[in-house]
Design a protein around this ligand. Sequence first.
Ligand SMILES: [Cu+2]
Length: 577
Amino acid sequence: MQDYELNLTASYDAPNGFYRELFLVNGQQPGPLIEADEGDTISATVYNNLEVPMTIHFHGIHQIGTPWMDGSPGVSQRPICPGESFVYNFTTAGQYGSYWYHAHTRSYYQDGIRGPVYIRPAADRPRPYDVVTGGNESATAILRELERNPTPLYVMDWTKLTSDATYYKEIKYGLDPACILGFLINGKGRVTCPASETIAAAGAGRLEIFQNATGVQSRFDSLGCLDISAVNGYPGIDNVALEAPGFSAPCQASSTEREIFYVNGADWMMFNVINMAGAFASYLSIDGHDMWVVQVEGAFIQPQRVKQLYVALSSRYTIAVHTGRGSGNFAIRFACSEVAQVTEQIAWLSYNAPTASPPQEYPVTPDVYQDIGGNLYDPETMQVFNDTSAAPYDEENRPPQGSAQHTLHFTLNRTSVVTFSMMDSGALMLPEMEHMTPLLWADDVSQPTTVDTGIQMGDVVDLIIDNIDPVILHPMHLHGHSFWVVSESNNELFGYSSVDAALANGASTVNLNNPPYRDGYPVAPGGHAVFRYIADNAGAWMFHCHINNHLITGMSAVIVEDLASIRPRIPASVINY
Ligand SMILES: [Cu+2]
């Protein structure tokens, strides 16, 4: 049993140079690492010393047999009220790798309630390190050792206002809060204010996408935020920047600390990369270094050697990096990948002695692979990570063939400036859901965003997801399961009623042989994805977009799975909580 106590408090601080209220876990943000060996039980007692209701979701942990430990308010539990505590207790059996935990009430994880979880793989899991090292035994042994304690490399977004303040402005003024004050890396970073020509050059591609989709001419402000006032409900402002309507404050630079990773003589480093952001995905590259992606969302993969990794929102990747440059300082860059903003944060990979003073200059070297918009300087020769071909290294981890027992269809759609739906009906999950009797034991589970098609244990379920928005990508996350992405496209809707129908018509997007295995996956604007999973976990499971302001303005559903078999086992302590 791995025992943890998570003490949630509010504080006032300036991680990137600008003071605001924020939330901490055990006095820090992101929160402390929760670690275990595969098969261990984890117990985490959460003390809510905030003034807001809270639940903690262990993202990617399946909660097999303990759906009431999933931390979904109104679905798996009642929120932990201010001043109260709750014990999360669950097994890690059958799961290994990199996960995270975060607040699942409102958008509070963007205020700081987010932290990593790491489960060391069991000894008998097949590892792909030989592929990385070319069979060099000592190097393989080094990677095997590094795997015990990978270095944290967590990216998160940071805003000037709290998430509640943002939300209320969003609703009051009809503003899409699509502008952040910048990323943090491991909770650190600074605001830089690139020259307007630099922003314009890096953002040219996304400006064109926006203008083609909306017919509206636009531009970037000094924070790199796209002026989207023409498609917001509140006209006549440059953008929101999460400051105020009327915002037009110029970018102010800060000089706060950046994260530094000292190589310290090592030949290899291994990083657990986690996108803990609430709004934006990013492109990761490390100046002068290739990245070997070896693990994605709890499964080793056939390794890919790349210069750039698209880090989907809420997703986790483990990378091995050969640190053979000998000297110098190299930037680790996270550049926002979304249309809405050009912004970059860096950390340092340093060959200096840890006692030397930290590097200060903004790095521009011949080894830079991407600009502040994440555009590669040489896209012809620079390999990028390919999610589609990232099948699990374990060849037994393949989807069931044949027909699914249940095919559920979802349409990702912006139904107004400040509402987002994933139901074909356009229904929104309502905010008050968080405070209703949890669906796990509610008398009536029928709601406009509940999907109950009589899924029984062992059934194969296909989720067809069509994204009909012309601009916005939605990173979709399923609770309680991992799934195989058996079809995807970034420019075509699925167009069939089922995977069977697609196969019968020779659809080239379908892959039942060696698809990626994930618990979250981005669905591109105008594109689709089909997730296939086995119903092996009775419960009521959230399925939602992980962009916080989409989630809390409606883009969420609950899939009911054989509730009858699990209800008699729900502990009284959870129901009566
Ligand atoms: Cu979304």
